[in-house]
Design a protein around this ligand. Structure first.
Ligand code: MG
Length: 382
């Protein structure tokens, strides 16, 4: 799988329509514009990291915009947009992604499909979303007097995210430092890279004026809430130990569950169900076992991250239902504690949480007491 990093350019000082803060931090439907943008990338299963380039004065604003989205980090930008992008790219040298997507903070409606299209096209060249120019074009001089009609054939309006092979675009930006170029494709072109146009998206417009903000609000208002369901399943084997973690509750037992994290099989199934409901891949995509940051991590962290992604997408969790399958321990005895623990982690009332333990009548690996299986469903209103 390609390792894809994202840079969001958010260092601009434009105050056009909110007087007290830069526009990327203004409200759009109860969340900051930047929060919408961050959520779109953080929830995408192909995105490895999301780095926002911000102004040093905006650290607190950024932290509010990125609340709960641990994948979203920041670096400080420079004087011009191009400087900011270069600094963002340089901050990725250790991560060394295969490709990088560079996106404007003020394009909150970047879609899942558009991100897919850019990633698919940018492995060996630049790929930028674009829309054909449909209006007739005029060239006007002094007093707005038309001097000529411009042939629109071959002319395109370009958008972001613009995707590039990381090493090539980093080099191109370092070479272009000091030259004033209008977008990252222009930087790539100046270095002799090939850049291809792919299908853009009319809704992926940049919020620049108050009229754009009104248009964005209308789009949000027109969206009817959608009900989504996700399904999760997980298994962990028993090993030597003194108890198993289930839903954040330690249940005394003559064995423990084996795993990279705390092996809380029920929370893993539940996290997958929630991620599944919003198309955000699975727990392994966001917390790969190969990454030592997650070794021994409490699984409540994974679950809370999935819930944060739902919130960041403007959604809410409606209910969850969980079945734990094993001969022993007898988990139903702990139902009250487990539901209480889930209620706190999910910020959901107990009546919206189902939990039960069952057996497989001594059949199969759970029947032979070799491990525990768990399955979960989650409903999300998006
Ligand atoms: Mg697991």
């Amino acid at each position: 799988m390609v390792k894809c990093a994202v840079i969001i350019v958010a260092a601009g000082r434009g105050h056009r329509f909110c007087s007290d803060m830069p526009k990327q931090y203004c409200d759009l439907g109860g969340r900051m514009i930047l929060s919408h943008t961050l959520a779109a990338f953080c929830a995408h299963p192909l995105v490895h990291s999301v780095t926002t380039v911000i102004h040093p004065d905006d650290v607190e604003l950024f932290k509010r915009a990125a609340k709960g989205l641990f994948k979203a980090t920041y670096v400080f930008g420079g004087k011009e947009r191009q400087d900011s992008v270069r600094l963002g790219l340089q901050s990725l040298k250790d991560e060394n992604p295969d490709v990088v997507l560079i996106h404007d903070a003020a394009r909150p409606f970047v879609s899942f499909d558009l991100i897919n299209r850019v990633i698919a096209a940018c492995a060996d060249k630049g790929a930028i979303p674009a829309l054909p120019v449909v209006d007739t074009l005029k060239f006007a001089g002094e007093g707005n007097l038309i001097q000529k009609t411009v042939d629109r054939k071959g002319l395109w309006r370009v958008q972001t995210p613009q995707g590039f092979p990381f090493a090539q675009i980093l080099k191109a930006h370092e070479q272009a430092a000091g030259k004033a170029l209008t977008d990252d494709a222009a930087v790539a072109e100046s270095a002799g890279m090939s850049v291809v146009l792919i299908d853009g998206d009319e809704d992926n417009f940049k919020i620049t004026t108050a009229a754009d903000l009104t248009r964005a609000q209308k789009i949000l208002n027109a969206e009817t809430p959608e009900c989504r369901t996700g399904l999760g399943f997980d298994v962990h084997a028993f090993a030597q130990g003194d108890g198993v973690w289930l839903c954040g509750v330690k249940i005394p037992h003559g064995k423990k569950l084996e795993g990279h994290s705390d092996a809380d099989v029920a929370l893993h199934a539940l996290t997958d169900a929630i991620l599944g409901a919003i198309g955000a891949g699975d727990i392994g995509v966001h917390f790969p076992p190969s990454d030592n940051r997650w070794k021994g991590k409490e699984s409540s962290f994974f679950l809370k991250y999935a819930v944060a992604l739902v919130k960041a997408r403007g959604g809410r969790l409606v209910n969850v239902d969980l079945t734990v399958i094993c001969e022993e321990p007898k988990v139903n005895k702990f139902r009250l504690e487990i539901v209480q623990s889930l209620s706190e982690m999910l910020e959901l009332p107990a009546e919206r949480i189902g939990f039960k333990g069952t057996t497989t009548e001594k059949l199969g690996f759970t029947g032979r007491k070799e491990g525990i299986a768990a399955q979960a469903v989650a409903t999300v209103l998006l």
